[in-house]
Design a protein around this ligand. Structure first.
Ligand SMILES: Cc1ncc(COP(=O)(O)O)c(C=O)c1O
Length: 385
């Protein structure tokens, strides 16, 4: 029996980070965190929301004011909250298939679909790999279409610093860095950002219970992702159901304790990502010439997870089971083909999204992954039959 299981995603929070969070806690920390986000991600304005999905919903609502355009293009394969944000904003989602070289929205298929009704394109950076932001930006700008880069899964420095019109970040637990929960929209478009700021009044004031819960989570989280403790926790049955996602479309204002933690972990983000990239490159090196898998390239990739798609149908379930037996929490990441959730739009087909959604497997890359775990991954993916 395994004594440890490496969780699929984790942000390593050390005791010193908790101490620093309490040290940084003061009434200005919310503004300090915003300033640091702006300077790290190189945008002029930043608005923090209770969750990234709420940031996206509100942003889309604001963009649609005074516009006759009502369509938002999104990848057919990504996190379902992106679809719900579009639906809750009252706009119409238009799905586009993904590419097999990065598992992100296809540029060629995006330009086939955008038209004078397209308000915005949401390009999601899946698993840490940046979408083709530069070419999308040039093309969309000429047509008056906003480009929103969803970096919920890819917070970090990229080689290419071309900014989209808007950047979406998530500070959820399973992201590159965390503030327990929360999200932000960044942009240099002052007019839209000032309208967006007015929407912050919609959320509940932080209560004492909420504060205590956040502090409790802050203390529990570092233990929960520790492979020895996670090995026990993962046996407790739980399922995330879709209703939770919908219900969580309301929320509390972002608190000072979250700002303090977010700020501490933002200052460690490069270090955390460096470890993720180092681990991922070790896996990439032994898989890059393997004809059995599609991989994302390491360029502009901060590897929240190492994602690979098995060319052999239904092989991923077998590999996931085997990796789990070795104490590596490999998963499919559970992202469905979104057009299947949105019934009105299931006429067009998205072959790459269907293929990736059914045959993907994702591996941990974070600081708890050791060289001995990488050897086990190599054994399961390359050697064992
Ligand atoms: C690509 C993407 N966008 C948006 C979100 C929503 O983030 P949040 O949970 O902060 O609302 C997620 C969350 O998992 C995500 O993966």
């Amino acid at each position: 029996m395994n004594l440890r299981t490496v969780p699929s995603v984790a942000v390593k929070i050390d005791l010193i980070d908790i101490i620093n969070t309490f040290k940084a806690y003061n009434k200005n920390i919310y503004y300090v965190f915003k300033e640091n986000l702006k300077s790290y991600f190189n945008y002029d304005k930043c608005i923090i929301f209770p969750k990234a999905r709420l940031g996206l919903t509100n942003l889309l609502k604001v963009l649609s004011i005074n516009s006759l355009r009502d369509e938002v293009v999104i990848p057919a394969y990504t996190c379902p909250t992106v679809l719900y944000s579009v639906v809750y904003s009252g706009l119409k989602p238009i799905f586009v298939d993904i590419d097999l070289d990065d598992f992100n929205i296809s540029f060629e298929k995006t330009i086939e679909i955008v038209n004078s009704n397209t308000l915005a394109v949401v390009a999601v950076n899946m698993f840490g790999k940046r979408a083709k932001i530069e070419i999308l930006k040039n093309y969309l700008k000429q047509r008056g279409i906003f480009l929103i880069e969803d970096a919920a899964q890819s917070a970090g420095k990229m080689n290419n610093n071309e900014n989209a019109d808007f950047l979406l970040l998530s500070f959820g637990r399973a992201k590159n860095f965390s503030a327990i929960e929360g999200g932000a929209v960044l942009s240099s478009n002052r007019k839209i950002m000032s309208l967006l700021n007015n929407n912050l009044n919609n959320y509940s004031k932080i209560t004492i219970n909420r504060k205590l819960l956040l502090i409790l989570k802050l203390f529990i989280y570092p233990f929960a992702v520790n492979p020895y403790i996670y090995n026990i926790i993962k046996r407790i049955p739980h399922k995330e159901n879709i209703i939770d996602i919908i219900n969580s479309c309301s929320g509390f204002n972002f608190s000072l304790i979250q700002s303090a933690l977010g700020n501490v972990l933002l200052s460690k983000l490069d270090e955390l990502n460096k470890i993720r990239i180092r681990n991922a490159i070790k896996i990439y090196d032994f898989l890059k010439n393997n004809k059995n898998y599609y991989l994302q390239s390491p360029i502009n990739n901060v590897y929240l997870r190492f994602a690979l798609v098995c060319k052999q149908i239904n092989k991923n379930g077998f590999l996931i089971e085997k990796l789990n037996k070795f104490g590596i929490n490999a998963t499919t990441a559970n992202f469905p083909v979104l057009s299947n959730l949105y019934i009105k739009n299931n006429i067009r087909k998205f072959p790459n999204s269907i293929f990736v959604s059914s045959n993907i497997l994702t591996l941990p890359t974070h600081s708890y992954l050791k060289n001995e775990d990488i050897k086990k991954i190599k054994y399961v993916l390359c050697i064992s039959k």
